[in-house]
Design a protein around this ligand. Structure first.
Ligand code: DAK
Length: 257
């Protein structure tokens, strides 16, 4: 059975990727992560696709890595499987990914949402890094990305106590960009994706890359990187088209060149 479903027929410019392991609350076992990586890598090289929406179901975005699969693993087995390679490949996707999160986004599920570029949460969403309750700690970026997203004290509380936060708290903390009713979550994420899909794909790619640099570098290096990408965009036809369209008071027709 496919554990990750990909749909592109409704809005060709926006691909929908759904985690599809509902009985296990979309626990991220090796198969899910591989299918997800393969789906995202394929969409990343599909010129028709300009943005990706990643979602789960109403009960769970993903309740974490599969505890049953990990429980009896030794350190060396874990090292040999080297799942981080898969996560790193997901993090390298160049197209924007919008997470539509309802229900549980816990452990690796919260970390996966944070690997996305924008998180839209429904009122039912619950975020948490509860690994401490099962004798471990976040392993796929939780201690780093959550700290950068919501600050040290809140992260420490979540990571050290395992407490879940509600969608409203996640909004107040700046983890998510908006909270909407459950039935509107996917629609809202798709709306954002469609807006992005209308922009110059090359500008979107460089802008995403530049924002991500803010998490990886000191301010000076980040600003330097941003400036280089900014100059580079003046070599694109889309820049000429975008600015000319503004002056001519018409909509731009971006070609991605
Ligand atoms: N793993 C495996 N099965 C899970 C699961 C999980 N994380 N979460 C839920 N399930 C399964 C349950 O076992 C149950 O299965 P059956 O008993 O029916 O067979 C089914 O999903 C429904 O769950 P519940 O019956 O528990 O449902 P409730 O509504 O009562 O509770 C819950 C929902 C989300 C509060 C509860 O299921 C729960 O606490 N789940 C575990 C949450 C958790 O601790 N998550 C963190 C896991 S550790 C790495 C990358 C990432 C990670 C590690 C390494 N590398 C790259 C190496 C990440 C680690 C983690 O995420």
């Amino acid at each position: 059975m496919e554990l990750v479903k990909v749909t592109t027929e409704y809005q060709p410019a926006v691909a929908l990727v759904e985690l599809n392991r509902p009985k296990e609350l979309n626990a991220l076992n090796l198969q899910v992560m591989r299918e997800l990586r393969d789906a995202l890598v394929k969409l990343d090289s599909d010129a028709e696709v300009r943005a990706i929406v990643l979602t789960g179901n109403n009960k769970a975005f993903a309740a974490g890595a599969d505890i049953k699969e990990m429980a009896n693993q030794g350190a060396i087995e874990m090292l040999k499987i080297d799942q981080f390679k898969t996560w790193d490949q997901i993090k390298k996707i160049q197209k924007p990914i919008i997470a539509a999160v309802s229900g549980f986004a816990l452990g690796g599920g919260c970390e996966l949402a944070m690997c996305c570029d924008i998180i839209v949460a429904s009122e039912s969403a619950k975020f948490g890094q509860p690994e401490i309750k099962i004798g471990v700690m976040p392993g796929a970026g939780g201690t780093q990305r959550l700290t950068r997203a919501i600050g040290k004290s809140r992260t420490m509380e979540m990571v050290l106590t395992g407490r879940f936060i509600s969608a409203e708290e996640a909004l107040q903390f700046g983890l998510v960009s908006k909270v909407v009713p459950v039935e509107c979550c996917l629609q809202e994420a798709t709306k954002i994706a469609l807006t992005i899909a209308d922009m110059s794909p090359i500008a979107v790619r460089l802008a995403k890359e530049s924002v991500n640099k803010a998490f990886e570098t000191h301010l000076d290096q980040g600003l330097h990187y941003e400036r280089k990408n900014f100059y580079l965009l003046f070599a694109s036809e889309d820049q000429k088209e975008g600015m000319t369209a503004f002056i001519e008071k018409r909509d731009p027709d971006f070609k991605g060149n």
